[in-house]
Design a protein. Structure first.
Ligand SMILES: [Zn+2]
Length: 60
């Protein structure tokens, strides 16, 4: 079962609910994000002044 929920507000990718599993996230304000944009959004809010070119995420 695959139900269309909406589009990522940042990249516009379609987000579906599959068997109760959403392939994205819903923000507190109700906006939809895919996982990729959601991660970037968290990165931007956590370290706004630093620009990391590393693809690896190794927070300690
Ligand atoms: Zn996205």
């Amino acid at each position: 079962m695959k139900e269309y929920v909406g589009a990522c507000v940042r990249c516009g990718v379609k987000i579906y609910c599959m068997d109760g599993f959403l392939n994205g996230t819903v923000a507190e304000n109700g906006e939809l994000y895919c996982f990729e944009c959601h991660d970037k959004r968290l990165e931007n809010t956590e370290k706004s002044s630093r620009s990391s070119e590393d693809s690896e995420v190794n927070n300690s």
